[in-house]
Ligand binder design. Structure first.
Ligand SMILES: [Zn+2]
Ligand SMILES: [Zn+2]
Length: 302
């Protein structure tokens, strides 16, 4: 009989394989609108050896295959894997890799992009943002659903932007309204506030499935960070509705990007691959915890 563990393993493998085979984007020349280059970017990506399945060099290849011009590797509490990805991508002429981190506190998650050293998580959001800025980086509120709003109450005035699109909007009833409301609050403060769409990629389908279009002078880290600070971004949700800078969104609506550079409208097969991968991983984790509980029980009997 086939064990549940084997089924979970097969599902995880299928999800990863299908996710890798689907939604590839052919190489394309740089895109310009309004005198600026439009980059497809994903600023929230995890890699092996943290909680992502792919090592940094595989992420670089996968990002290139998915038509990303730039992405940030944002592991929890470490930046060395991101630096490895940056080094590798420079060697092969791949997408621009920004060094980042997901600062993971008890009551908030914060994406730091453009830093060089890990930022301590056990501090208020305002102080973490201050440290990100001191290093020359930008600070983006990660999946800010209502539960994390109190932690960002003061910090919202120093944040550079927030995730307005994230896979959470597909699985949590409070996801979409929470992220939209937080972004509108940030935008209403009278200073630039970047709309960001992230995949929070861990494995399987979806690297760059939610993405940010950044309008830059050139595809280099300093220029990307400058544009994020200035709020020069547009994010399309899966209905095709644009969020972000209204003038830039109007530019993309009047002169749309070519369809082949828009894999952010997830296809049914790629969503199925993602679900397959998640189910497989959940099965393996659950079975592992069941086995370890049994192991504790049997050693207690002995
Ligand atoms: Zn998070
Ligand atoms: Zn994350």
């Amino acid at each position: 009989m086939i064990s549940s563990r084997a089924v979970s393993g097969v599902l995880l493998g299928l999800g990863g394989l299908a996710g890798t085979l689907l939604d590839g984007v052919p190489p394309r020349p740089p895109l310009y609108r309004g005198g600026l280059q439009v980059l497809a970017a994903d600023f929230h990506v995890h890699s092996f050896s943290a909680d992502g399945a792919l090592p940094p060099w595989e992420l670089v290849l996968e990002a290139r295959r998915r038509g990303l011009d730039a992405f940030a590797i944002t592991n929890h509490a470490q930046v060395w894997a991101a630096k490895l990805g940056r080094w590798f991508s420079r060697r092969i002429g791949g997408p621009t890799v920004l060094v980042g981190e997901e600062i993971t506190s008890w009551d908030y998650h914060l994406i730091a992009v453009g830093i060089e050293a890990s930022v301590p998580w056990n501090q208020p959001a305002t102080e973490a943002i201050e440290e990100v800025h001191r290093q020359g980086g930008v600070a983006i509120a990660a999946h800010p659903v209502a539960i994390s709003w109190p932690a960002f109450e003061e910090a919202i005035d120093t944040l550079d932007g927030s995730e307005v699109l994230h896979p959470l909007v597909h699985v949590s009833p409070g996801g979409r309204p929470g992220l939209s409301a937080f972004y509108e609050r940030g935008r209403s403060r009278g200073r630039p506030f970047a709309a960001v769409g992230s995949s929070d990629y861990h494995f399987g389908a979806g690297l760059g499935a939610s993405r940010t279009y950044v309008f830059v002078r050139e595809n280099r880290p300093a220029s990307i960070l400058e544009s994020l600070r200035a709020g020069r971004t547009v994010v399309f949700d899966e209905e095709g509705v644009a969020h972000g800078d209204p003038a830039l969104a109007a530019l993309l609506e009047s002169d749309p990007l070519p369809a082949e550079s828009r894999p952010d409208r997830a296809t049914v097969p790629s969503r199925a691959a993602g679900i397959c991968g998640w189910l497989g991983l959940a099965g393996l984790v659950l079975l592992r915890s069941t086995r370890s509980r049994r192991g504790v029980a049997s050693s207690a009997v002995r």
